[in-house]
Design a protein around this ligand. Sequence first.
Ligand code: GRF
Length: 205
Amino acid sequence: MTFRVAVLASGSGSNFEALCHALNSPHQLAHIALLICNVPNAGVLVRAEKLGVPHVVLTPGDFASRMAFDEAILKVLQDNKIEAVCLAGYMRLVGPVLTRAFRGKMLNIHPALLPSFPGLHAVRQAIEKRVKISGCTVHFVDEGIDTGPIISQASVEVFDTDTEETLAARILQKEHKLYAQAIEGLASGRICLGAQGTEFKEPHE
Ligand code: GRF
């Protein structure tokens, strides 16, 4: 039985595509089985079409409230027998309807070394602060903004000549690998959310 993962995305979808390439082959434990997108013309939809991954567009404006929107997402996830959810450039706060239903099974990737630079424009903040090292973080999603327990991080050097674009591109390369590894860990049970935060288990435990 493969571990069925859904990606929630709003933008270009390079992480979505990288995850599909890394995971959607027969010998992998996890499989990107569904994309849910909240922006009707987002680039990620073109990628899903090309890759043959089922995709659903849900537009927040069509729903009476944030909760009704999240409930609709939850129904799609349940109808598709999704076991874990990956946020990948999903530009909306995820409410308690979803965080509770997928506690310990919902991940996010953020383009900074959390807890530094949470929220929007993380790469720009890193440039403005003239940090020498930045990177990306995969973490469990809780109700806060980029506050959930950290699973893994990868670092990149920041050069004086970097712009937001050049640094973001270098960080993205790291994101693509780090995210797939984290999902594999979750699918195998090696990574899980315990009472004290992220737990890492050895394969024989
Ligand atoms: C990534 O930098 C990710 O860390 C952030 O949003 C961006 C999404 O990029 N959460 P893409 O759409 O996957 O290319």
